[in-house]
Design a protein around this ligand. Structure first.
Ligand code: ADP
Ligand code: MG
Length: 336
């Protein structure tokens, strides 16, 4: 069987079974808290819970050559990793960078890549402490980021704690990054302020590190970052928590300029586009309202967790009528 027949998540499941990660959790007496299956792995350290995540950006898969600068590629590579630590409610601390490059890559391009990576790292107090460099037929940047919780007693945000009846909420606006990618690849023309907002959203996403910590401090226990798309990532929460979810599509926050520029496509981009690096979370309504009052960014309730796990994520309009959407998110190896 080919990898493309199994799909990204089928392959991860297969490899996870082989890895045979010891049963984690507080009752196990193991230092390991979370192995494969969440935004980051977590284990009990001496002074706090330790977190680790790894992500790759690959030329032509994640960054179409020619439309993004090297600095922007570096920024995005760091953003994807910091976002996974944010989705655990942790503080990122250290990064390791593995760089695969063709020999004819210009040195100034590599230093530009590092400038972008280090600029975002510095904003979050993250220090680059090592890595690896090797020759390859195309550019691949793999970053590992290590982080931790503020203190050992602080819980982490997981994908597995959602309960029926809890509202589902998101930070910021959705679909702007995917709209930016589409604008760049299809060379779409918009007003300068719209162009710069869409470009910024795709190429310089800001991981919600402070917001992740705010969620934990206020009592939220379930979150994921939106890297693959709202529906796909909410599905990960549903699978891990053994629940379903209903999204009211009219409540999904979309920037007005994006809506005006993309019309009917705007909703699809917001639901399935991916790479927004916003946080998707669930919790009691009064807790979400407290988070909303304390957060510097918009927080929007967009639906609810339901007990029926059979259907995964369902979409409805404001009257409760089901809405259908073709593509539900990004998965490697699945044909577009
Ligand atoms: P994210 O989108 O948050 O980066 P992924 O969907 O890439 O998460 O991964 C889901 C889970 O599977 C994570 O816990 C990740 O560490 C794990 N994982 C992904 N690929 C592999 C692999 N090749 N071997 C072991 N674990 C993997
Ligand atoms: Mg993630």
């Amino acid at each position: 069987m080919k990898v493309s027949e199994l799909g990204e998540f089928g392959l991860i499941d297969l490899l996870a079974k082989m890895a045979n990660v010891p049963q984690a959790g507080p009752a196990s007496g193991q230092p390991l808290i979370l192995g494969i299956g969440d935004d980051a792995a977590a284990w009990r350290g001496d002074t706090s819970t330790q977190l680790a995540t790894v992500d790759s950006l690959i030329q032509d898969v994640h960054f179409p050559s020619g439309i993004t600068s090297w600095e922007e590629v570096g920024w995005r590579a760091m953003a994807a990793n910091l976002s996974d630590i944010a989705a655990m409610g942790g503080q990122p601390r250290y990064a390791l960078a593995s760089l695969a490059l063709p020999g004819d890559t210009e040195v100034v391009d590599v230093t530009a890549l590092y400038r972008g990576m280090l600029a975002l790292a510095e904003q979050h107090g993250v220090v680059l402490i090592g890595g690896d460099t090797c020759r390859a037929p195309l550019v691949i940047i793999t970053l590992t980021v290590l982080g931790n919780t503020k203190d050992p007693a602080q819980p982490i945000l997981t994908r597995a704690a959602a309960r029926p009846g809890e509202p589902v909420a998101v930070t910021g606006e959705l679909g702007t990054a995917a709209a930016g990618l589409r604008m760049l690849t299809e060379k779409l023309q918009f007003a300068p302020e719209v162009t710069s907002r869409l470009r910024q959203a795709f190429l310089r996403p800001c991981p919600r590190v402070a917001e992740g910590q705010l969620l934990v401090e206020h009592g939220i226990r379930t979150a994921i970052d939106i890297s693959d798309g709202l529906i796909a990532d909410l599905n990960h929460i549903c699978t891990s928590s053994q629940v379903g979810a209903r999204i009211e599509v009219d409540r999904v926050p979309i920037h007005p300029a994006m809506k005006a520029s993309f019309g009917d496509k705007a909703l699809e981009l917001a639901l399935a586009g991916g790479e927004d690096y916003e946080l998707l979370f669930t919790g009691q309504l009064e807790v979400i309202n407290r988070v909303k009052a304390a957060a510097a960014c918009p927080i929007t309730v967009i639906g609810e967790i339901v007990a029926d796990k059979g259907k995964g994520v369902t979409l409805v309009d404001s009257e409760g009528t089901p809405v259908n959407l073709g593509k539900t998110g990004w998965e490697h190896f699945t044909p577009e």
